[in-house]
Write a protein that binds this ligand. Structure first.
Ligand code: C2O
Ligand code: CU
Length: 661
């Protein structure tokens, strides 16, 4: 069984185990208090229920054993805490309670024997419930505080139960018991809570002596003269954030935020070596009397009102100050304000740009566009098209070369024999399965970078992560070619005949292309265990998307030194897919689930439930960088943090209305 299945099964089982033991204890208590004859039947039902509870408990042990094969990260809190808390009392129940429930004569007459039979059953139920708490509250790693809290509550509940089942019950006992519980709860919360007040400035503090991220700018055109200056082109663009309405061919539509009145925004197409200068202007409406404070931190007077905007160059590893993350590399640009971005387009490939202020709202609403850097040397393809996938409401759409998006089939006519490149960009927050049929094709580039040794694929399908890009190349055949996104026929080349959609296996992108030379030694290692757990986020405990049990802004900032090679292990122990996106760097994929990879460079890699990815990051772009899940709703639910370089500081923080997710 796959790890993902085991994770899902375990989640069902821990609820079942708790329910089974609670039911058993309840029925047994009823049976023990009934007179002999009537109680006999009830006690037999309790015995059957107990047997069933033992069986599901054993199943849970088996599933945990299976999960342990995938790695300690998946079972740590189960092996050390959750299972002992239920298995030990379950064994006592099996040895003590079960035979007595099965035995003939009434035993309810003596309170002593009620206690002997019911106590182990109730304690097992508490242990099972504590097991749920372990999964939801503790996850990985197991913290002493969390463990102490769970144990304190378990012990208190057991002690109170022992008293209540005892012989001399009086109302006073009830009050004492309740008091003990409240005390234990308070104690548990104090020890286990670790209630961090939401830091406004997450993580990194280099003591104020470092270089400010503000100084790590792209080259200004004047300073870019130099010896080769005569040949340098400066490409200037203005992107104006403004409201727009999207009309879909099927008749649907959506109110959108756009760059320059179009969604997607204009395709920025430059040549390798160009100096790119983009002026961002925010002309979204000013909302009187509102301050966009993100997680509830009020603006400090610099914050404007209405929707702030920034531009992040997704996958393009710009100098840190140009990265467009509010609160990290700049302040959000408010209606009426503007901001200039500059970077030299040294890396050819397919990229995209999007606002990073309230990105989980702004990107789905339309504040994005595509960026293509054409190679300095002439490309072999005579046909080159950019395809943006984006979902408006629930309608998946395709936009070809920046044209209005279509939720119906888009048609394209290409000359047979033409070498063709389709640059597919997933601007959604969920992965998409692509199919290209009617022609053998190659994945010529992944996330902007060329794939060495790309081989022909025929009928195979592709899994494209949220935020990721694939460049597909082929020679136009005499017949038609069809691109499908999910189940949807999205693009038909040279119809009207339609080839059957691709139905082949999904390519394992980590094994595609020829193996690259990979770093052999690492200066640092770090592990990010992803899960959905109870964590403090936005100042309150909530069910959050967590990294190592913590949510933004409480996730510690990994700090690297320039020049270091870092091995990052990403473990997904939850049930959601997490497209992880470190800013400012491409990582090389080393392995997936222990299977060595070819070492492709990616900026957004999709870690599915139960998967373990190992990637290498070379610290070659100093700054303070955002790192997050590109399911932007997950980022907003806590799955974002910084990656910082030693000696680099940022003057920005999460006040002034900055709110990256
Ligand atoms: Cu495309 Cu931080 O994002
Ligand atoms: Cu995620």
């Amino acid at each position: 069984m796959t790890t993902a299945r085991l994770i899902a099964l375990d989640q069902i089982l821990f609820v079942l185990v708790a329910a089974a033991w609670a039911a058993t204890a309840g029925i047994a208590l009823t049976g023990l208090r009934q007179p002999a004859a009537a109680g006999r039947r009830t006690r037999l039902i309790a015995a059957a229920s107990c047997a069933a509870a033992i069986v599901v408990t054993a199943l849970r042990v088996a599933v945990t054993t299976g999960l342990a094969g995938a790695g300690w990260w998946f079972v740590a809190e189960k092996v050390t805490l959750a299972l002992p808390l239920v298995v030990v009392p379950a064994l006592v129940s099996a040895a003590v309670s079960l035979p007595r429930l099965l035995r003939g004569p009434a035993i309810g007459s003596s309170t002593g024997s009620t206690r002997i039979v019911a106590f182990p059953l109730l304690v097992t139920a508490y242990g099972a419930v504590a097991g749920i708490a372990c999964a939801v509250v503790i996850s990985y790693p197991v913290t002493t505080g969390g463990a102490a809290a769970v144990l304190a509550l378990f012990a208190a509940a057991s002690a109170v139960t022992w008293r209540l089942l005892g012989p001399a019950r009086s109302p006073r006992h009830g009050w004492q018991a309740a008091g003990t519980c409240v005390l234990a709860l308070a104690l548990a919360l104090t020890i286990g809570g670790g209630w961090p007040s939401g830091h406004l400035h997450p993580g990194h503090d280099a003591g104020g002596r470092g270089v400010s991220v503000d100084l790590l700018r792209g080259p200004a055109p004047a300073a870019a003269g130099g010896p080769a200056g005569a040949r340098e082109r400066v490409r200037r663009f203005t992107l104006t954030a403004q409201p727009a309405t999207v009309r879909l061919p099927s008749g649907g539509g959506a109110e959108a935020w756009s760059f320059n009145g179009q969604v997607p925004g204009p395709v920025l197409r430059v040549r390798q070596g160009d100096l790119v200068e983009v002026v961002l202007r925010n002309r979204l409406p000013v909302q009187k009397g509102t301050v966009q404070g993100g997680t509830g931190q009020a603006g400090n007077g610099q914050a404007g009102s209405g929707q702030g905007v920034t531009i992040h160059w997704h996958g393009y590893d710009v100098p840190a100050a140009e990265d467009g993350v509010p609160g990290v590399t700049q302040d959000a640009v408010w209606p009426g304000q503007s901001h200039v971005y500059r970077f030299r387009a040294e890396d050819a490939g397919t990229y995209w740009y999007h606002s990073h202020q309230n990105s989980s709202v702004a990107v789905p609403r339309g504040l994005f566009g595509l960026l293509v850097v054409d190679p300095a040397a002439p490309a072999p393809e005579s046909e080159d098209h950019v395809l943006a996938l984006h979902t408006f409401g629930s309608r998946p759409t395709l936009s070809v070369d920046g044209a209005a998006p279509s939720d119906l089939l888009t048609r394209l006519t290409l000359a047979p024999g033409a070498r063709t490149r389709l640059r597919v960009v997933n601007t959604d927050t969920r992965p998409v399965v692509l199919g290209l049929s009617g022609v053998p094709y190659r994945i010529a580039a992944v996330d902007g970078g060329d794939v060495p040794g790309a081989t022909d694929l025929d009928g195979a399908r592709l899994h494209l992560a949220a935020g990721g890009r694939y460049d597909l190349t082929f020679t136009v055949p005499s017949g038609p070619v069809l691109l499908t996104t999910g189940d949807r026929p999205a693009l038909l080349v040279n119809g009207p005949a339609t080839p059957p959609p691709a139905a082949g296996p999904i390519v394992d992108i980590t094994r595609y292309g020829s193996p690259a030379a990979l770093p052999a030694r690492f200066d640092r290692e770090t592990t990010w265990v992803l899960d959905k757990t109870l964590a403090v986020s936005g100042g309150l405990p909530r069910l959050a998307q967590t990294v190592n049990g913590k949510a933004w802004p409480n996730i510690p900032t990994p700090v690297v030194r320039q020049g270091q090679t870092v091995r990052i292990r990403v473990v997904n122990r939850g049930t959601d897919t997490h497209p992880m996106h470190p800013h400012g760097h491409h990582v090389r994929i080393l392995s997936r689930n222990g299977v060595p990879a070819t070492g492709l460079a990616m900026d957004t890699f999709d870690v599915a439930p139960g998967e373990v990815w190992e990637v290498a990051l070379v610290a070659d772009n100093p700054g303070v960088w955002m790192s997050h899940c590109h399911d932007l709703a997950h980022a907003a639910q806590g799955m974002e943090f910084h990656l910082a370089y030693e000696g680099v500081t940022t003057p920005y923080d999460m006040t002034a209305g900055n709110h990256p997710a």
